[in-house]
Design a binder for this molecule. Structure first.
Ligand SMILES: Nc1ncnc2c1ncn2[C@@H]1O[C@H](COP(=O)(O)OP(=O)(O)OP(=O)(O)O)[C@@H](O)[C@H]1O
Ligand SMILES: [Mg+2]
Length: 249
């Protein structure tokens, strides 16, 4: 579903993503973890065709992204951390806009959308997007993607800004989506989510994919016998000296 070979992005003197390789199959929830600035969002932007790689190859759904970007974009969905929505549209107008540009079946899409809005407590689509809170915008961005039933869904920090109920519904829905054979690629800083939900985890640090595998496989990489994903993450990304840092503050 997702394949990247030697994917690299350089911004001036910063190597944001350094020749990473990814291979993610259908039905997987792949968790992409890493410290702030590690290269997660940059990777998602390249995989979804919103940022051109410096070098490397990307195939989504078996289709080379640079050869048939439109076909790929029709079949995938992406929700960014800070969704860019049209502030002077109403939620309903934004939904109509998505239905029009993706040429979706209006009746079917609206029927599924009404189930999604009910689940996520979205009762504000008549209002202007500019007046929504961060979480309200996040939920609109999410349902506007999920209503298209994309085959591969990319989510950058999907639970940030969501209330506990919405986050729980989202987590359960993502599991349902993968049980239908669709694929999820998500970043998260909440290691408990990665631990509970992801079939495989990749850890990126300073642009390098430093570890990848199931939780069980990742545990084998620990030199100190770290058992929790948090301890393992800190060990692999060089955060072991935390206690000393806090002590010194
Ligand atoms: N458009 C850009 N121009 C210049 N540098 C950029 C650009 N986008 C990202 N970078 C740099 O690339 C690196 C990786 O950034 P990225 O946003 O991918 O990190 P991230 O892993 O998503 O971090 P976070 O966990 O904070 O969201 C950072 O050093 C960032 O400053
Ligand atoms: Mg990011």
């Amino acid at each position: 579903m997702i394949r990247a070979r030697n994917l690299k992005k350089v911004f001036g003197s910063i190597v944001a993503v350094n020749s990473i390789n990814l291979e993610i199959k259908n039905g997987e929830i792949y968790g992409f973890l890493g410290p702030n600035g590690a290269g997660k969002t940059t990777t998602i932007r390249m995989l979804t065709g919103t940022l051109k790689p410096t070098s490397g190859e990307i195939e989504i759904l078996g289709i080379p992204l640079d050869k048939n970007e439109i076909e790929v974009k029709k079949r995938i969905g992406v929700v960014f951390e800070e969704p860019k929505l049209y502030e002077n549209l109403r939620g309903t107008e934004f939904i109509d806009f998505i239905i029009a540009i993706y040429k979706l079946d209006r009746e079917k899409t609206l029927a599924y959308l009404s189930e999604l809005t009910e689940a996520f407590n979205i009762d504000y689509l008549d209002g202007f997007i500019g007046d929504y809170s961060h979480g309200m915008k996040q939920k609109l961005a999410l349902v506007s993607v999920l209503m298209r039933r994309p085959e591969v869904v990319f989510l950058d920090e999907p639970t940030v800004g969501l209330d506990a109920r919405s986050a729980k519904i989202l987590k359960m829905l993502l599991e349902k989506i993968t049980s239908e054979g669709r694929t999820i690629f998500m970043t998260t800083h909440i290691l408990e989510i990665a631990e509970k939900m992801c079939s495989r985890i990749g850890i990126i640090n300073r642009g390098e994919l430093i570890a990848e595998g199931t939780l069980k496989e990742l545990r084998k990489l620990s030199k100190t016998g770290s058992k929790s994903l948090e301890d393992l993450f800190l060990e692999l990304t060089g955060g072991e000296e935390i206690a000393e840092i806090v002590e010194a503050l």
